[in-house]
Design a protein around this ligand. Sequence first.
Ligand code: GLA
Length: 375
Amino acid sequence: MKERVSRKFAELFGEGAVLFTSPGRINLIGEHTDYNGGFVFPGAVDKGIIAAIRPNGTDRVRAFALDLGERSEFGLREEDKPAESWAHYLFGVCREVQKRGGAIGGFDTVFAGDVPLGAGMSSSAALESTYAFALNDLYGCGIDKFELAKIGQATEHNYCGVNCGIMDQFASVFGRKGCLIRLDCRSLEYEYFPFDPKGYRLVLVDSRVKHALVGSPYNDRRASCERVAAVLGQEFLRGATMEQLDAVRERISEEDYRRARYVICEERRVLTVCDALQRGDYETVGRCMYETHWGMSKDYEVSCEELDFLASLAEECGVTGSRIMGGGFGGCTINLVKEELYDHFIATARERFAARYGHEPQIYDVVISDGSRRL
Ligand code: GLA
């Protein structure tokens, strides 16, 4: 990928480009907790975006998306938003860097990626983090790492229409080889946890389905949480108990109640999993993963038939833990599997899923890797 990007850059714009990369992410547990001020437990993966970039001395950006074979050119003012939707990420990052005082200029760039799109592995965060990191480095903006993650998040909010939390961009920027990171999304304190479950493997089973849903179901979930938090008189759902939620049940809709219940339970599960990991108690980790899956499916309603099928199948095969990963509505399950069950599980998942849905799932072994960097 690195060579492809460099070669294309040289062909389109000449020599002198610098290469940057940022990864996608997995999340062991703590889904839809980030925007509720709760905990998440992600790690960066060995798949990401690579960009070649070189300032061009003008006030225009000339960008080429290698995987799409598409070009976009835009200026750096608010009114210069390009038409291509992939370019909104680059444009948004430029604008957000400028809003934080970064004195950037125009540049030429080519990028490519190997984070599967729509799999719930945050290809968009990888793209945002790559450019936030690159611009900060090339123009010496002096923006700290947390703010780089926030630049990606603000890009989603202000230029892409997704009111996401901070998890994906944080994991992409802060990733460390072999470590998961527990982030408290309220205090923004974080801790690296070496993750090397002896005798187990972490594998993603990608359904390769992405359900197009009307409106923005993600933003909708977030709005539910904010409504309930307001009724509870809190800034976030974080820290709320089931007793408190039950006490206001009459004042909120049944749907909001179920969504808040999921979030409250999920927050507890992240802490349970962290403790269990420190004891090497993978049975508890796995049990929590299944609980998350069914909470996301029944209470939060962000799963789908294909993902429920995969989680059930995993359970049937004796997989220790399995659940839908990421925002939902398609994508993949993350599975904690005993070494000796791995081959059987993967073969069964391929066969049974294909028999039912007409195509095989894609399998990705998780390799936990480093975050944003210059190559
Ligand atoms: C998406 C968002 C994240 C997070 C997850 C769900 O990936 O970008 O901020 O909310 O969904 O955990």
